[in-house]
Write a protein that binds this ligand. Structure first.
Ligand SMILES: [Cu+2]
Length: 307
């Protein structure tokens, strides 16, 4: 009897091994299983290297969960059929079976450890910042618009760089954040008033924008040109829902020309035309509001002027 049991056990262990091995193989082979099943619910429209890594983690975790799930369902149905009631005789009881108890304890710990390991790796990777990013842009949020300050990059002693040129939204014009593809972009976030949140859905990533000395800093590398809507994702007041912007990802050359044009004195709209881009946002449009200079920005900051 014990020979039968140990054979069953070794089969189970072998099956589990095949499951875990299969999941790892899928992860390593880079085979995009997710594309056939709508990413198991994960958004398919990421435009950064970082978003692709998060996508891979999600697919790997889901596939691993499915393999474990199928294995457990298999065991359940096998038990139901194999040990269904056939008479008054009880099947062999396996209480206090040490190897089984051991397996029950170790298997979940192993599963959680593997998931934790990959999550920690991807999270560290996505949050990683570099010493010398190619582009540094300060995201300045305020009620209810955005200013983007292109900076010369942090200096050697870690201090924030100088602002080279800025883009500012107005009540009528959606601010456009022009950024290059294929370069490391560092975002440094700050708010003039309350907590906002910088969110471009296609980055699959959002970070709160805090007032004061707390600066959220993160880096991405965009690998797809295009226009993408950006929003404030933290309820910040009356016109929160209208606090939109547009991320315009262009080639590195166009980006350099854009910056040069801005520094040459052109407005953001003129500079966009110079590089052959649509001067106005195409993914979102200003909302008609009752706001005017007096209630829009009583602090008297440059909100109403825009450039
Ligand atoms: Cu806001």
């Amino acid at each position: 009897m014990s020979a039968v049991r140990s054979k069953a056990r070794s089969t189970a262990v072998r099956l589990a091994g095949v499951g875990v091995g299969g999941a790892l193989l899928l992860l390593l082979s880079g085979c995009d299983v997710g594309s056939h099943v709508d990413g198991f619910g994960w958004p398919q429209n990421g435009i950064t290297e970082q978003s692709k890594r998060m996508y891979d983690l999600w697919i790997g975790s889901t596939v691993a969960a499915l393999i474990v799930g199928v294995f457990v369902w298999g065991l359940i149905f096998w038990c139901v059929i194999r040990y269904r009631k056939r008479g008054d005789k009880l099947p062999v009881q396996t209480r206090f079976n040490m190897p089984m108890e051991f397996l029950y304890t170790i298997a979940p710990v192993l599963v959680v450890s593997v998931l934790f390991y990959y999550t920690a790796i991807v999270q560290t990777d996505v949050n990683k910042t570099t010493a010398n990013p190619a582009v540094t842009v300060e995201v300045e949020a305020f009620k209810w618009n955005w200013q983007f300050n292109y900076q010369s990059g942090p200096t050697e002693n870690g201090k924030v760089g100088e602002t080279v040129t800025s883009t500012l939204g107005t009540t009528e014009i959606i601010p456009i954040l022009v950024l290059p593809t294929g370069r490391t972009i560092r975002f440094e976030e700050t708010s003039r008033d309350v907590i906002h949140s910088f969110w471009v859905p296609e980055l699959l990533f959002k970070r709160d924008v805090f007032p004061g000395n707390v600066r959220n800093v993160f880096e991405v590398t965009i690998d797809q040109e295009g226009a993408y809507v950006g929003r404030c994702a933290e309820l910040c007041g009356t016109y929160h829902s209208m606090m939109n912007f547009e991320l315009r990802a262009v080639s590195g050359d166009k980006y350099d020309q854009f910056l040069a044009a801005k520094q040459g004195g052109q407005t953001t709209q003129q500079a966009l035309e110079t590089i052959g881009e649509d001067p106005l946002a195409s993914t979102t449009s200003p909302f008609p509001t009752r706001r005017d200079l007096s209630n829009f920005n009583p602090g008297g900051t440059a909100a109403g002027t825009g450039n």
